[in-house]
Design a protein. Structure first.
Length: 111
């Protein structure tokens, strides 16, 4: 699945931000702009959220695979990832299934 994303800057190492349930990349606009002073920040709309496509399948494995596809499309081999709530669980799944893709992981406010 081709995820919708926004690139806030092109300076520094890549940093991907994954929002929480019922959210979108815009939930992290302020933080993304702040981080963009030191990182190449990518805000991501996960599947079934924001402007990304919708699909009947929604679980952490497919969300992680969607992020891997986005990395591939952008020709990024690995990045730091911040995940909030549902996005945190997707980010942890990404790190477990594809550890070569995750340089650093920050998980915020998960249940």
């Amino acid at each position: 699945m081709k995820l919708h994303f926004k690139n806030y800057s092109t300076c520094g190492e890549p940093l991907f931000i994954l929002h929480g349930l019922f959210g979108s990349l815009t939930n992290w606009n302020w933080h993304s702009k702040q981080f963009s002073e030191q990182f190449s920040v990518y805000g991501v709309d996960l599947r079934n959220h924001g402007e990304s496509p919708h699909d009947d399948t929604l679980n952490y494995d497919v969300m992680a695979q969607d992020v891997v596809q986005l990395f591939d499309d952008l020709e990024i081999s690995s990045a730091s990832v911040i995940g909030h709530s549902m996005g945190g669980k997707a980010a942890m799944t990404l790190a477990l299934l594809h550890p070569e893709c995750v340089r650093k992981l920050v998980v915020v406010d998960i249940a």
